[in-house]
Write a protein that binds this ligand. Structure first.
Ligand SMILES: Nc1ncnc2c1ncn2[C@@H]1O[C@H](COP(=O)(O)OP(=O)(O)OP(=O)(O)O)[C@@H](O)[C@H]1O
Ligand SMILES: [Mg+2]
Length: 235
């Protein structure tokens, strides 16, 4: 579903954010992307979401080679990808319902369909009762669940989350990860970038560890020979 083949990203100023990354995330997988600050986690997510393009190498998302994607195709690619950030980026003058519905409106959905899908997604994250509240009246965990609902309301097959629990206390962090676990059980492919090594240890998921832009570890409970697998799929 997501494949990186010898991908490097050099920002201007000769900053090597990613250096020769080869990895594969299969459909329905849940991956923790870990590593210290500056290791390249956000950059890797941005490449998948086409916010940045690779300096070298190839990236496939859903079978499309996004390393050579035309600008006009990016919105279509992004319909397959929901994204959640650490700083919730909710619109503070809009209600919970409106914040989530907005993501559907921009794709042209209106009326009953808009309401039905927004309610369904808010129910899924446990926030239907709060739909008329403004974000500032919600707890941090609830606000993060709104951003997850917003990322999911278009039913994307892929969810990317960049430090989604960075500002949350440990109990709420578990709530959020459990919510993602349920989404994953429903078939969504999930990549969570996090510093939180306790969290990573708690769940038996695929782990990609970056240090200074290189993968130092790719652990998978069932697929030890990851690199060979990736290479084969590009040949
Ligand atoms: N737009 C940019 N221009 C230049 N350098 C950048 C840019 N974005 C990131 N970098 C640099 O690239 C490297 C990787 O940054 P990145 O944000 O991907 O790391 P990270 O693993 O997400 O770190 P953190 O855990 O602090 O969020 C860092 O050295 C960073 O300073
Ligand atoms: Mg980051």
């Amino acid at each position: 579903m997501i494949q990186f083949y010898h991908v490097s990203k050099i920002y201007s100023g000769n900053i090597h954010a990613l250096d020769d990354i080869t990895l594969q995330v299969n459909r329905g997988e849940f991956v923790f992307l870990t590593g210290p600050s500056g290791a390249g986690k956000t950059t890797l997510l941005k490449l998948i979401h086409c916010e940045e393009s690779p300096t070298q190498g190839e990236i496939l998302v859903n079978g499309i080679n996004i390393s050579r994607i035309k600008h006009s195709q990016i919105p279509y690619l992004r319909r397959n990808i929901g994204i959640v950030f650490q700083d919730f980026k909710l619109l503070k003058d809009l209600t919970v319902f409106q914040n989530v519905a907005f993501a559907l409106e921009v794709t042209g959905i209106r009326g009953k369909e808009l309401k039905r899908r927004t309610w369904k997604t808010l129910r899924m994250v446990g926030l239907l009762e709060k739909m008329d509240e403004l974000p500032l009246k919600l707890s941090g965990g609830e606000q993060q669940r709104v951003t997850i609902a917003r990322a999911l309301v278009n039913n994307p097959p892929i969810l990317l989350a960049d430090e989604p629990t960075g500002n949350l206390d440990p109990e709420i962090t578990l709530d959020i990860i459990n919510l993602m676990n349920n989404l994953n059980a429903g078939g969504t492919t999930i990549i969570v970038a996090t510093h939180n090594t306790d969290l990573v240890r708690k769940y038996s998921k695929m782990v990609v560890k970056l240090v200074k832009g290189r993968t130092v570890d790719q652990l998978h409970p069932e697929r030890p020979a990851l690199r060979a697998e990736v290479k084969a799929s590009f040949l």
